[in-house]
Each structure stands twice: as structure tokens, then as C-alpha cells.
Design a protein around this ligand. Sequence first.
Ligand SMILES: [Zn+2]
Length: 571
Amino acid sequence: MPKFPTVSVLSLAVALAAGAQESIAPLPAPPAPPSGRMAPRPTAPAITAGDLRSRLYVYADDSMGGREFATEANTRATAWIAEQAKRIGLLPGGENGGWFQVLPVIMRPLDETRVIATDAGPLGWWTDLVPRDQGPGARAIDGVPTIFAGTWGTPNMITDAQAAGKVVIVLPNAANPQNTQVPGATINRGLVSARYKSAAGILVPTLERIPAEVRASLREPLMLMKSDDPTSPRPSFMYAAAAVGRQLMGAAVESLQPGATGKALRGNIVYDERPISSPARNVIGILPGSNPGLKGQYVAVGAHNDHVGTHGPAVDHDSLYLFLHMFQPLGADMNAPKLTPGQQARFASALDSVRKLRPARLDSIYNGADDDGSGTVTILEVAEALAAARVKPQRSIIFVWHTGEEAGLFGSAWFTDHPTVSRDSIVAQVNIDMVGRGDPWDIVGGKPGYLQAIGSRRLSTELGALVESVNTEKKHGISFDYQYDANGHPQQYYCRSDHYMYARYGIPIVFFSTGGHPDYHQLTDEPAYIDYDHMAQVANYVLDLVQAIANLDHRVVVDKPRPDPRGQCVQ
Ligand SMILES: [Zn+2]
């Protein structure tokens, strides 16, 4: 039996329950895509929906294990990309003449053999104390006095000067959470570390208020890239049980006035540094330019090769799909809504109609077909068409499949800090992330040819104009949505994907995406729900845009201020 026997069952159920959506603008039910998987077959030079489908069913298959950064599954996925790049005739553009650029990723597990204690005795890791890794620059806290700062975001908190060299005890503020995981229990670590940058440590005594699954996620060791930049010192950070606060301050912390001082902790928070077991690597392929005078310049084309791995425990695919398409149109970009009794009844009846047709199918793999399997295979298809073209672009094209995007733009940060071609020779970057959806049942405003364009005019007016003119002159029928490019847009897409790592160095970029949908960062982001004709339309457009940039008789003109490469990105 094919993997998704009759997806129309799901769309039927969604249609049945269409009336159920009471939260955000209802999305129409998705149509039934062709059922069954597609056996991989040789691809042709021309860009076709069939080639895109053939590759995506391989790249986003369960066997790729969700391609999480710094795992064996991601390493395997990058090997597949390199094999494809070689087959279509690109040249290796990585390190040492190879296809890859390996990131010096280290894992920093906590050294649990160390002891931290108060006068009342040693504290239990994860039960009394949950440290958060502030990186190699975190300050020592052994024997350092404590001081109560107050409640976060209230006017009478102590100053950084008062906190200097001490362990600061801060209470979170449910009324003023400022983008933290559990309002009233956790605190925005970046903001509090900036506020008390001179403190030796920050202790938040609300461990009991943090739900068990969140507490479990806080145990994940930090992964970072071993960098040669000196690390700037910063305060250590820990959540602690309320009792620890009481032991240090001699009273319940909630009863104290800001500025109250207390006893010291004994011992330090220490992390080991271990290399990761499987190489985390960018894949880089080059198509040399045909013009001797211009082939030393590069148009960079990018996508990311990683996704978010697996989910434990496995869940039933169909009920998740139904729930998302009925009540959670933004997928992981919104919290799962609490259903009203009416909604629960409708959901149950929709699921019933599916159960009549087939049993539950357990799913635990984030296939990331759209994110960013679609970008990965789209730029492979663009590369194949360019490599097979009789007339090659005048400038060279460098294709970079970045790793670690989901973990924090690791691959693109490393590539642009340590490019394998001179950074100055990169004239522009075209970034593709999630171009497999964009239909009316995926996003408000979705339609054939729908494409979000972000950043095209932020460094170069000319690039912005080229994005438009290639579409009109070559009659691609792309309908651009620029709303996500607005300054201050809450989604901050300009800062949220790999293109910004190029833009920060003053390289003009344009980022294309067909946007969010109910399956975003969900187990249901699978190849069966991808719109391959839409994707082929985008790929053909990108092909022409890349050629247009590569064949300009001058470098794309940068006429806007260049950001500080080390500065904070704000859209
Ligand atoms: Zn992505």
C-alpha cells in the first residue's frame, strides 16, 4: 500500500470540518495530490516538476531521518547532495578540493562530576539547579556573594553597577515575559545577561514552575562552533529551586526588597568540550563562468541541508494533519490552540471519517520536505539546467547547501566568515528556503505563482529592480508578496535565514519563500503535500534571475549602507 494511500481522505475530512476554524482566517481544504511515492529516476537537464518530485522523495524520505544538524543523518544527506552535484557536472567548491566545508562544531555537555553547594549542602544537578550554557566566556561563581535584583521588567530593579561581580537573583515577570518560553517561570536569557553584563552569575529561583518537558529540553548540551575569536566574558546563568533562593537569601525571595544581599554558592558550573560524532558540513559546488574577465566573480545560490530530526514519541500522522489544517494554520509558528467543545466534536468526526478509510499511521520523523528539502532540490535543478546549457553564465555560480540553519545559521555564518572563494568576489546571493507550498490552502494570499521576496532592495536598488524585470520580461507569472519585507515585521524573515549572513558583509541578497503553512516544522511536512508545478515555476524563475545577475556587464550596484557584520540584525 502506498505511503499516503489517498490523501484526499485528509482533505475530505478537513473540508468536512471546514466550519471548525474559529481562530485565524480559514484556509480552504487542500486538494488530493497524486497518491503513492515516486521511485527515484534519472533527471533531465530541463527543470521539471517530475525531477523536483523525484529528488525530493529521496531527500525528504524517512530514511534521511530528519537531517538534524551535527547528526549522522545530516552527514548522510550532505553526501547525497554532493553525489548529485557531481553527477550534474558542478566542480567541488569546498575545502581541500572537495565538496564539503566542515564546521568545527563542539558539543558542551555539563560536567556533572562537579559539585555546587550552599551552606545547607550540595545541590542536585537538574533537580535543585539547571544551568544554562553561556558559552566559554561564562564567569566563575564560587564564593561570590548574592544580591536580589528584583522582579524582571519592574522599575525598582538594581543597576548593573550594583550587580557587578555578584550572583544576581532575579524573579521572572509573567506580566512582562519578553519572549521567553514559560512566562512567569523562565526569563529571556539574552536580555537579562545584557542588563546585568557585569554580574558573575544570574540565578532564577523558579525551577518548580517550569514544566517537566521544558526542563528536559534545557538539559540539551549547547552546540557551538569553536571559533578563533576571543570570547567576551559574561555572567553564568542558572535556574534553581525556590529552596535554593531561600537558603542563599535567608528568606523567601518574593518577600525581599531589591538590593537585599545573601550568602555565596560554593563551586562552579563547568562544561566539557567534545567534538561531535558526525561531521557537520556545508556542501559547495561551482559552475565556472564562461567569460575569462568575469569568471572570477560569483553569484551565490543557497539553501539549507538540515532540518530538525525526529520526534519522540511517535504520533498519528493523520490526526496531527487534521488538527493542524483545521486549527493551527501557521504550524509551529503559533501555539496549538485549546479546542472548544464544538471544535473537539468536529475534529472527532473528521478523524472518524479518516479512520473509516485507513488505520492510524505513526510518524516520528520531521521530513522537512518543504523546509528546506524544496530549496535543496530546487537549486540542484537550477544547477543541472545551467550546467547543461550550451551557453554558460559569464560569471561563476557558487551553490552552497548550508548546514545548521535550524540551529542558528551555523553553516552560512561559517561559510561567510571563512568563504572558499574570496568574499569580495561574491556579487550577490539568492537564498531559497521553503518554496514547495504557497497555495490557497497553505497561506492567506496563496495562489499559483505566489512567492515572497525579502531583502531584494535592502542593499541594492538595482537587484530589487532586476528581480521584477526578469519576472515580467521572461513572463514567469510570479506574483511577489513583499509584505514580509516590511521594516519591523514581526516574523523578521530578513534576519531568520542564511541570506542575512551574506547581507551582513554588504553582499546584496534576495530571499525567496512560498511562506508558512500548517505543516511548518511539523511531522506532516512531507513530499506528498508539496506543489511541484508551483516549485518548478519558481525554479525556472530563479534560473533566469541567476543568469541575469551573472551576465550583467557590471557588478550589482550596492547603493545602501552596509551593516556591521558583527552587529544585531533588525529588520
Ligand atoms: Zn528553513
